[in-house]
Structure formats: C-alpha cells, structure tokens
Design a protein around this ligand. Structure first.
Ligand SMILES: Cc1cc2nc3c(=O)[nH]c(=O)nc-3n(C[C@H](O)[C@H](O)[C@H](O)COP(=O)(O)O)c2cc1C
Length: 181
C-alpha cells in the first residue's frame, strides 16, 4: 500500500518569518516516525493571486491544486496575526476546495498565547472545507520557545505533544483515504 503523504504547510509568507524553523523542526520529528512521507509545503513558493482576482489559470494556482490533490493530510504551521491566521493562509485555503475535502489535519501554532486564538479560527474554516482537525495541538510561546522571538528553541516537553498530534493525524488520514477511494 502506498504510504500516506502529509504536507507540513507553512502559514506565513512574511519576510523574516520564523515559520520555516518551526516547520523544519516538526518535519524532523515526523521523519523519525517512518509512518508517512512528510514534506514542507511553503505557500510562498506558489505566488498565489488573491482569490478571484486572477484568471484562474496562473501556474502557481494550478500547482497549488495539484500539490493539495496529492496529499492525504496536513500539518498547519499557524502563527497568530491579530488574533487570527495570516491573510496568506486564508487566501491559500480559499484558493482550493475539493482538494481539501475528506482529509485530516493537525495544527501546530505559536504566538504570545501559543497561537491558540488563530488555531481556533482555523478549526472553523477547516470544518467548512471538510477537513477533520485532530484534537492534540502543540502550542509554542514566542517568549519561551524562541530566543529573542527569533530563534526557535522548543522546550523538550513539546516532542510528546507533536507525536500525539501525529498519531491522531495518521489514524484519521488513513481512515479518510478509504472514504475518498
Ligand atoms: C501583523 C502582525 C500581527 C500580530 N498579531 C499577533 C497577535 O494578535 N497575537 C500574537 O500572539 N502574536 C501576534 N503577532 C506576533 C507573531 O505571532 C510573531 O511575530 C510570529 O513570529 C509571526 O510568525 P512568522 O514569523 O512565522 O510570520 C503578530 C505579528 C504580526 C507581524
């Protein structure tokens, strides 16, 4: 049986963003498990137009649709911007529809309160997109899990939480794959 493909989606595109550090760390933890193929999916690479403003034929938009179609599940790396998700992530979510449906997701968030408010906003959006979001939710503090709010230095306790999230994500991604086939 083909292994599950899980995309670790970087939610921010800001210059100087810390999300690649967080995403790479999560990928490192995930790769140790050997239970799926994990890959970083960077929204910035796709240069998505604002939803509805382009022709719908932009190469990045077509590549985004293709990328999501080939994934069985997602880990969203979510940073809190004004108590919600970034505009870039919302636009990326809006820029596909069927490609999200009947798949599972885990959320990893960070911010001054662990990015909890952004993560809860994301859960509402995922419900509409028919994405099943798992309960285990690793949260990082920009004050204690980063050095100078810049360099990611996660506390050891987060490793267990990441694995709990991935346990749930892999279970649901496998179950939902049978629904799509
Ligand atoms: C426009 C903007 C708004 C922000 N609003 C919040 C906020 O409401 N709550 C919070 O905890 N952090 C907030 N932050 C801090 C970010 O969570 C922090 O800068 C984080 O590093 C952003 O992720 P990134 O570096 O991957 O872009 C905000 C940052 C920016 C740039």
């Amino acid at each position: 049986m083909k292994p599950l493909s899980i995309g670790i989606i970087l939610g921010s595109t800001r210059q100087g963003r810390v999300s690649p550090q967080v995403g790479n760390w999560v990928k490192e933890m995930a790769d140790r498990r050997g239970d799926a193929i994990y890959e970083i999916v960077d929204i910035a690479d796709f240069q998505l137009p604002f939803f509805g403003e382009g022709t719908g034929q932009e190469p990045g938009l077509i590549a985004w649709s293709k990328k999501l179609s080939n994934l069985d599940g997602f880990v969203f790396i979510v940073q809190e911007y004004n108590h919600s998700i970034t505009g870039a992530l919302k636009n990326a979510l809006d820029s596909a529809r069927d490609e999200w449906n009947n798949k599972a997701a885990g959320i990893v968030s960070y911010g001054s309160t662990g990015g909890a408010r952004a993560a809860e906003h994301l859960r509402g959006i995922l419900g509409e997109l028919l994405v099943a979001d798992v309960r285990a939710h690793p949260t990082f503090s920009i004050f204690t899990d980063f050095e100078n709010i810049q360099t990611f230095k996660p506390a050891e306790l987060h490793v267990d939480k990441i694995n709990s999230m991935l346990d749930q994500l892999i279970g649901w991604s496998g179950a939902l794959k049978t629904l799509r086939s």
